[in-house]
Design a protein around this ligand. Structure first.
Ligand code: ADP
Ligand code: MG
Length: 253
């Protein structure tokens, strides 16, 4: 399968407010797409639609080859059962701005929770996989630590390991370094850079333009619920054609 996400005219409103006003986008397997744009432009909403934390109002959205969420076209309504949605959601792993680890579980227990409870992986095997993933994010020595004993950057790296433990086809990152102290940002970005090198398909909402320039195959600039500009990092960040993109980039730099 070539495409991991196909979005056609996706719309999403909250009451009278249109957060997404028709998103058309195709993302190939293996791509690293960075989404940038001002606060309130719909970036998180779009990720949440892909991960089915929100249902779309109009258009159509395919993730990992399957039609997801709701689709209203004319009088037709496409609706999935909770069970089907839960199954589809396993295709995506999401890392949020806030780490939301289980506070009463160790790093290792946080990482094995999903595989054991949801995938029914045998505990010993889940622990072996989790140990390997914690090593990959540089936290082998912290497997027994509780979230409160970890820095924000370390917690975020556990959150990345926890998402990877579910073997998702697509990883979604929603401003994963925005809540971190500046000196902790680098370690998290470096884990994400390594992940991209392994060929993982990733959508990353970020204000870290240096990361986007270096790691992304494609950069997308969103504003007011629309894709304003998309292309290679050199194009969008280096030679933007739209005034709104230029204004945003000069404001962030
Ligand atoms: P971004 O991530 O680009 O900052 P969001 O997708 O979070 O933007 O939000 C886009 C707009 O939708 C914002 O104006 C926000 O206030 C609004 N919005 C997002 N989620 C909700 C919600 N659950 N209820 C009401 N409004 C929301
Ligand atoms: Mg957001």
């Amino acid at each position: 399968m070539m495409q991991i996400v196909k979005s056609v005219g996706v719309r999403k409103s909250f009451g009278a407010f249109e957060a997404l006003r028709g998103i058309d986008l195709e993302i190939d397997c293996g791509e690293v797409l960075c989404i940038v744009g001002p606060s309130g432009s719909g970036k998180s909403t779009f990720l949440r639609c892909i991960n089915q934390l929100e249902a779309i109002d109009a258009g159509a959205l395919w993730v990992n080859g399957e039609l997801v969420g709701y689709r209203r076209s004319g009088r037709k309504l496409f609706e999935l059962s909770e069970r089907e949605i839960a199954r589809q959601r396993l295709a995506t792993g999401m890392v949020f701005q806030r780490f939301n680890l289980f506070p009463h579980k160790t790093a290792l227990e946080n990482v094995i929770e999903g595989p054991v409870q949801v995938l029914r992986t045998e505990r010993r095997q889940a622990e072996a996989i989790a140990t390997e993933l914690l090593a990959r994010v540089g936290l082998a020595h912290k497997r027994g630590a509780y979230p409160i004993e970890l820095s924000g950057g370390q917690q975020q790296r556990v959150a990345i390991a926890r998402a990877l433990a579910m073997k998702p086809a697509l990883m979604l990152f929603d401003e994963p370094t925005s809540a971190l102290d500046p000196e902790l940002v680098g370690d998290v970005l470096s884990v994400m850079r390594d992940l991209a090198r392994t060929g993982m398909t990733m959508i990353v909402v970020t204000h870290e333009l240096g990361f986007a320039r270096e790691v992304a195959n494609r950069v997308l600039f969103m504003d007011h619920g629309l894709v304003v500009e998309a292309g290679s990092p050199e194009q969008v960040l280096g030679r933007p054609t739209q005034a709104r993109t230029r204004d945003f980039i000069s404001a962030v730099l």
